[in-house]
Design a protein around this ligand. Structure first.
Ligand SMILES: [Zn+2]
Length: 600
């Protein structure tokens, strides 16, 4: 840099010399009348000696300024510690990668361990079945030989069977003993499945993982430092002034091809005789009302600003709706009531009716309904019918002893992987007070066996509305809408993770992309308002900053036999030395886990 400065000044001298030979040129500096002595190294314009010197001085100043900045940038004092820091971070990166490799290895080992454990149980049952069929063959052989009357053949046959018979008897005794131990451990005569919901347990790991690593991001200052929501459920918005009492809600994420006409009715785009006035909002919520109180479904945008009507014979029935589902991909609504399910498009036009005649078997009254992308599940009397959405025929029927325990006319039905979730609310009397008891069951969709069960007792809000609905997100969080709360449970072990209570009673819920939950509230003894509540669901807040603490005490009779366990649930924040209590739920939950009889 200094070399180039020297070059510049020698160049100026050269210019000066050549200038003296020419006709005198004036310095261009404003108000300077002197003759130019050279050209500015910066601008190339002629300047007098004084102004040339100033230019050079400016150059010197700039050099000094740059050198000062360079000195700061070179970080002579801190450079060594930065080098150490860089080294440390490189090691940290390697360590993180190593830790993840180790976790992956550990995970692989767990995968093998869990699968082989379930495989062992499977093989035990399989062996028992084989013994059963082999014994049939043996019995048949004995009968054949006996009939032939050949004693020698009979003796040979019995001798040949002895060894197999001993082994089979021993194996069967072992199998029976294991089953007896298992039943004792489950403490239930209800026919609980031989293994719990292992798949949901593994799925839950993802939530634990996300929760922990979100916490790591925060603790290790890797997040953006912004304050994030601390609860799983955040009340987002409400849609009020509904014309009647809403009972069911369903969300639709694919409304293409449907519009609102000038009269505010949802129509198909190909209905050319309608004057289209607006597009159908996407996503939108379909709201069904209490029987006979409305001849239409209300179609709402998420903020409630767009309100349209969905009309048709499929949606305006005289009997109460027992199940309401929307299939966004097919753009179909399934409305279950009495002894049939109406299949309608988003404009309410009836396309099909699923009744006993159509599926070629009478199914009585529909008590609850749910659906996945291929099947519709209808709970009727003591059977859960799985109906193929394409053929509208019965794929399979699930029977379960749990169905006999359901008392409510309207049962919540949900799906969690290959398991069925049922929720049932009933009125119970505790002393002089009447309360709601909500039971949530998980049953196997193949065998109908119970897998787990939980009960909640909550204060009574409205005797006439004791519906409870259930829905499971694709990440395994279970949402239970029972009076007077909206609860989030772990779909794996039914542990309460979060809940929100208000004076109005939610009757149904719909999940929108697992992130937004819509609940409907009707008029009740405390409130005459009818509205929908929208909640944002923050899965990442699962235990991040607040933990649900359970304090339990056991109520015993005089002989010391425990009657049931009370659990107070309160939410608190924890740090190393203090517990800050955020909230205490105002009611007591009676909690019966699956080791007790779910239907005492
Ligand atoms: Zn000058």
């Amino acid at each position: 840099f200094c070399q180039s400065l020297n070059k510049t000044s020698s160049k100026i001298k050269n210019v000066k010399m050549s200038n003296t030979e020419q006709e005198a040129t004036k310095c261009i500096s404003r108000f300077c009348e002197r003759t130019a002595d050279g050209e500015s190294p910066f601008s190339g314009f002629p300047l007098c000696q004084e102004h040339l010197d100033e230019d050079l001085q400016r150059c010197e100043n700039r050099k000094a300024d740059i050198l000062e900045k360079l000195d700061k940038l070179s970080c002579k004092l801190g450079r060594q510690s930065l080098q150490l820091e860089k080294q440390a971070l490189a090691i940290e990166i390697q360590e993180i990668a190593d830790m993840f490799d180790s976790i992956q290895e550990n995970l692989q080992q767990w995968k093998e361990k869990l699968i082989s454990s379930v495989q062992n149980v499977h093989d035990g049952v399989s062996d028992r079945l084989e013994i059963a069929s082999e014994s049939d063959v043996c019995a048949k052989d004995i009968a054949t030989v006996s009939n032939s009357g050949n004693m020698r053949d009979l003796i040979q046959l019995t001798v040949s069977m002895e060894s197999w018979l001993d082994a089979a008897t021993r194996k069967t005794a072992e199998f029976d003993q294991k089953r007896a131990q298992l039943r004792q451990r489950q403490n239930n005569n209800f026919g609980i499945r031989s293994v719990g919901d292992v798949a949901a347990g593994v799925q839950h790991l993802q939530n634990l993982f996300d929760r922990h690593l979100n916490d790591v991001m925060k603790t290790c200052w890797l997040d953006d430092g912004e304050t994030k929501p601390t609860g799983m459920l955040e009340q987002d918005s409400e849609i009020g002034d509904l014309t009647s009492k809403p009972t069911h809600v369903a969300a639709c994420t694919n409304t293409a091809g449907f519009f609102g006409d000038a009269s505010g009715r949802v129509v198909r785009a190909d209905s050319v005789w309608h004057e289209i006035s607006q597009t159908l909002p996407q996503p939108c919520i379909f709201v069904a009302f209490e029987n006979q109180s409305a001849d239409h479904l209300l179609v709402l945008s998420l903020d409630g600003s767009v309100r349209l009507k969905c009309q048709g014979e499929s949606v305006s029935g005289q009997t109460a709706i027992k199940g309401f589902e929307c299939d966004s991909r097919r753009q179909l609504l399934y409305v279950g009531r009495a002894n049939l399910v109406s299949v309608a498009d988003l404009s309410g036009t009836l396309l099909h009716t699923i009744d006993g005649e159509r599926i070629k078997r009478p199914f009585g009254t529909v008590h609850g309904m749910t659906a996945n992308s291929d099947k519709l599940f209808m709970l009727c009397a003591t059977t859960l019918m799985c109906i193929n959405k394409d053929s509208l025929l019965v794929d399979s029927e699930i029977r379960s002893r749990v169905f006999n325990c359901l008392t409510s006319a309207s049962v919540g039905v949900g799906l969690h992987g290959g398991k069925i979730i049922l929720s049932d609310a009933k009125l119970v009397t505790q002393g002089k007070t009447r309360k709601y008891k909500t039971s949530v069951y998980k049953i196997c969709s193949v065998s109908g066996e119970l897998i787990c069960c939980v009960n909640f007792v909550s204060s009574l809000l409205d005797e006439n509305r004791h519906m409870c609905q259930v829905s499971v997100s694709n990440t395994g969080f279970l949402f239970l809408c029972n009076l007077p709360t909206l609860r989030v449970l772990s779909g794996y072990n039914f542990e309460s993770l979060a809940s929100t209570s208000h004076s109005e009673a939610p009757s149904d819920l719909a999940l929108l992309q697992s992130q937004i939950i819509v609940t409907s509230t009707g008029t009740n003894v405390f409130s005459s308002r009818s509205k929908l509540h929208c909640y944002k669901f923050h899965a990442e807040c699962f235990f991040v900053s607040s933990r649900s603490q359970r304090m339990s005490f056991t109520l015993m009779d005089r002989r010391g036999t425990s009657i049931f366990e009370h659990l107070l649930v309160f939410t608190c924040k924890l740090n190393t030395s203090n517990i800050f209590i955020d909230s205490v739920e105002f009611f007591i939950e009676v909690y019966t886990n699956y080791t007790n009889d779910p239907c005492p």
